[in-house]
Ligand binder design. Structure first.
Ligand SMILES: NC(=O)c1ccc[n+]([C@@H]2O[C@H](COP(=O)([O-])OP(=O)(O)OC[C@H]3O[C@@H](n4cnc5c(N)ncnc54)[C@H](OP(=O)(O)O)[C@@H]3O)[C@@H](O)[C@H]2O)c1
Length: 391
């Protein structure tokens, strides 16, 4: 089907959307036909004027008006694009109309959703429709969950085939949250019952991979860090990793993944555990949730100085079939600097690269895999093998 645009960026006026627009204006191929979309055309005009200064010789994107409250505008936007990028969040509040429209129009879709219940609900409602239309719906194309999903794929590809495999990931990061992220995280934690219900409904539809076992390891890690302390992280990331493992035979007949935060000092580990528990508890009390949300407004995010000082590392230790591999994924400021590059490269990858035939709700490893790993150094995200041991 002929479409007017290769990529449409919906939510371009937000904090992360604007960074993603800057990345595309700087790094995308000149032949890219793209547009910025949002509900406020004045804000879009102002953003386009800033982008024009990045490279005055490059054609600027078109502007499209679309509002989540106006379903026809969302449908028209999905029909006009080959790939939609959505940074309109919290996704539980605003995300569904665009996922629905892309599924129905057969349009590829990427977002930054780290809200587990939303991803599960979208699977239940739109996976089958997207399988019929050929749309690839890829959530979590940022710091949630690309470093883990692709880092584990990268590690597994260096282990023997057809044997049980075990991988552990240890993340360290420095960064801070935007107003949009704060709202999304507090919203996701506010209703544990909804999270469990959505997960159960998804599981009933999705089932288990035939003849293979994949699971999230929840206990203590097998790997002992030379210096430091670890804590399991109950985020969307390990769920994404095991979905990739369920879909790809390469992860072997029996695959386990453990996902941990790594801390140099016991006091930092205890502080992080206490802070996360406090935020989860506060998220369930409306007045406290409102108070936490007021710490940063929508549209606000880390300063340029904070962006410049941010970084992340994820060490993976994979073992199986007599081999052990230690790999590393690393990059700049995780939540917005590296994230905007990862999101833009995901969209460019779906648009331009030769990829395996997939459709429906798919992970980054399943939809893009090696092609996206090759692209990510342009966004400052590196994948390295540190050591391989034969045991
Ligand atoms: N997981 C990760 O790695 C990661 C990293 C970064 C961000 N995120 C997620 O990305 C999302 C965006 O974060 P952010 O900080 O960029 O948020 P933000 O600055 O508040 O931006 C939200 C965007 O949504 C738009 N919007 C709101 N309501 C709308 C509506 N009814 N119709 C159309 N557009 C609407 C806003 O438009 P206006 O400008 O007109 O208000 C704005 O463009 C959040 O869910 C956050 O959690 C995830």
């Amino acid at each position: 089907m002929e479409r007017g645009y290769d990529i449409v960026l919906f939510g371009a006026t937000g904090y992360t959307g604007a960074l993603t627009a800057e990345y595309l204006a700087e790094h995308s191929p000149r032949e890219l036909r793209w547009a910025l979309a949002g509900r406020n055309v004045d804000k879009l005009e102002a953003l386009r004027a800033e982008l024009a200064e990045i490279d005055p010789d490059r054609p600027t994107p078109d502007l499209l008006s679309a509002d989540v409250e106006d379903p026809a505008s969302i449908r028209a936007l999905a029909a006009a694009a080959r790939v939609v990028i959505s940074t309109v969040g919290p996704y539980a509040e605003y995300g569904e109309p665009m996922v629905a429209a892309c599924a129905e129009e057969g349009t590829d879709y990427v977002d930054l959703c780290g809200e587990p219940a939303f991803v599960d609900r979208m699977y239940v409602k739109y996976h089958t429709i997207a399988r019929q239309t050929g749309a690839r719906l890829v959530h979590a194309c940022g710091f949630d969950s690309i470093p883990y999903d692709l880092g584990v794929l990268f590690t597994v590809e260096r282990l023997p085939e057809g044997v049980p495999l075990h991988v552990e990931g240890f993340v360290r990061a420095k960064g801070s949250a935007s107003g949009g992220t704060l709202r999304s995280a507090l919203g996701a934690f506010s209703d544990p019952f909804e999270m469990k219900t959505a997960a159960r409904e998804r599981k009933a539809l999705e089932g288990e991979p035939e003849g293979r076992r994949v699971r999230i390891e929840r206990g203590l890690p097998r790997t002992r860090l030379a210096r430091g302390w670890t804590l399991p992280i109950p985020s969307l990331d390990p769920q994404v990793v095991v979905r990739s493992a369920a879909a790809l035979e390469r992860y072997g007949p029996d695959f386990g993944y453990g996902h941990y935060g790594a801390f140099r000092w016991l006091t930092s580990a205890l502080g992080a555990a206490g802070g996360a528990a406090g935020v989860m508890a506060a998220a369930q009390v409306p007045s406290l949730r409102e108070r936490l949300m007021s710490l940063r407004s929508p549209g606000e995010g880390p300063t340029e100085e904070q962006l410049a000082g941010g970084w992340f590392t994820v060490h993976f230790v994979g073992s199986g079939g007599g081999r052990r591999v230690h790999t590393l994924v690393s990059g700049g400021e995780p939540g917005y600097g590296a994230t905007s590059g990862m999101l833009a490269e995901s969209a460019l990858c779906l648009w331009q690269d030769e990829l395996p035939a997939t459709s429906g709700q798919v992970t980054t490893a399943v939809a893009m895999g090696e092609a996206l790993i090759e692209r990510l150094p342009r966004a400052g995200v590196e994948f390295e093998v540190l050591r391989t041991f034969e045991e």
